[in-house]
Write a protein that binds this ligand. Structure first.
Ligand SMILES: [Zn+2]
Length: 356
């Protein structure tokens, strides 16, 4: 399942040194104002006041922005405190901008991705980046994939669990999967917004996040597996955050559905769990027992660290939580760094110099 040739020679000290975070968010300050000029109706103005960073939209809406989203020194200090030696960051989900006009969005994503590369070049031993795509225009998204594939700073791409209500099995996205596979770039799928229907029933108790996000991931994973995308693009690797939401825990139900329901068999000739061989999951479950279950379900070679930095639903102790499982050295090193190496674009973690 995993390509772990180096596992047998990974030493204890290397395991102790190399902890790669594949799920963290950023808003690169230098890109924000140029993006807002392109998309004034969708992009907020970001300013720092006595109360900290604030985003203000042209509608008058505003929200505070965590210091760590935009301040690189704050981010580096947090990584040090977490025990994370290398971070592969993605944009914050409000920077997907899938509701923006396609042409402006394509230009804005290119600006953002270029700013990501610039930041990685400034800290090559600390960061790599996941590019964002203008998924509302799949042809433009595929073109951006091919453009960023030439950038050594880019380790993969990140997309939402849906694009303005379209599930990821929509045929229009096939050109994106094709470009990703040909470029050997993996895709990290992150919940963006729960559907409007579900939103009405999830507006208390932070349910939009606690239930909505794992539900979104389950819809995305199911849509990808049951539509046969992994079979059509066998070189394409998908990553899912928050431990894959509800999907890994329910895989037995999905396989049973494939056994008894023709709808589930319509596009795949193997049970859905077979396609998990192309899936990776982060370890962000906030439960030792849940994480242990995930590792046993999907294999530790398919689990990498994710902090969700800088959000409060993330973890400040990713390494301590991993060590608390008391895994054998091989499994520990898989989650610490080897799964990230296997998931991300080959060579894109060279700056981390972790398993050399
Ligand atoms: Zn996240």
């Amino acid at each position: 399942m995993a390509q772990s040739e180096s596992a047998g020679t990974t030493t204890r000290s290397e395991v102790d040194q190399a902890f790669i975070d594949v799920h963290a968010h950023i808003a690169v300050f230098e890109a924000l104002e140029p993006m807002r000029r392109l998309l004034p109706d969708q992009m907020p103005a970001i300013k720092k006041s006595d109360d900290g960073w604030v985003a203000r939209w042209s509608t008058g809406a505003s929200r505070p922005i965590e210091d760590g989203s935009v301040e690189v020194d704050t981010r580096l200090a947090a990584m040090s405190a977490q025990g994370i030696t290398f971070q592969v960051f993605s944009c914050t989900t409000w920077l997907y901008l899938y509701d923006a006009p396609a042409q402006g969005a394509a230009a804005a994503m290119a600006l953002q991705n270029d700013a990501f590369c610039e930041l990685v070049r400034t800290h090559p031993n600390k960061f790599a980046a996941m590019a964002a795509l203008p998924m509302q225009d799949p042809a433009a998204a595929a073109a951006e994939v091919r453009r960023v594939a030439a950038c050594p700073e880019i380790a993969g791409v990140t997309i939402g669990t849906h694009v303005e209500g379209l599930n990821l099995d929509d045929p229009s996205f096939e050109v994106v999967w094709e470009a990703l596979e040909q470029s050997d770039l993996p895709v990290l799928v992150h919940p963006n917004r729960v559907s409007n229907t579900a939103q009405e029933r999830l507006n208390k108790y932070h349910f939009s996040n606690l239930l909505g996000n794992p539900f979104e991931s389950a819809i995305a994973i199911g849509s990808i597996a049951c539509s046969g995308i992994p079979a059509r693009f066998p070189g394409l690797r998908f990553g899912f955050v928050h431990g894959g939401g509800f999907a890994p825990y329910q895989i037995g139900r999905w396989d049973h559905g494939w056994d008894v329901r023709p709808e589930t068999r319509e596009k795949i000739d193997k049970p859905p769990s077979e396609y998990f061989k192309q899936f990776y999951f982060d370890a962000l479950l906030h439960s030792e027992l849940s994480l242990r279950t995930l590792g046993e379900l999907v294999g530790w070679d398919h689990v990498f660290l994710g902090t969700d930095y800088p959000w409060d639903m993330g973890t400040d102790h990713p390494v301590a939580e991993l060590r608390a499982l008391e895994l054998d050295d091989r499994s520990l090193s898989a989650v610490a760094n080897r799964a990230a190496h296997n998931f991300l674009k080959p060579g894109s973690l060279a700056g981390a110099d972790l398993l050399a």
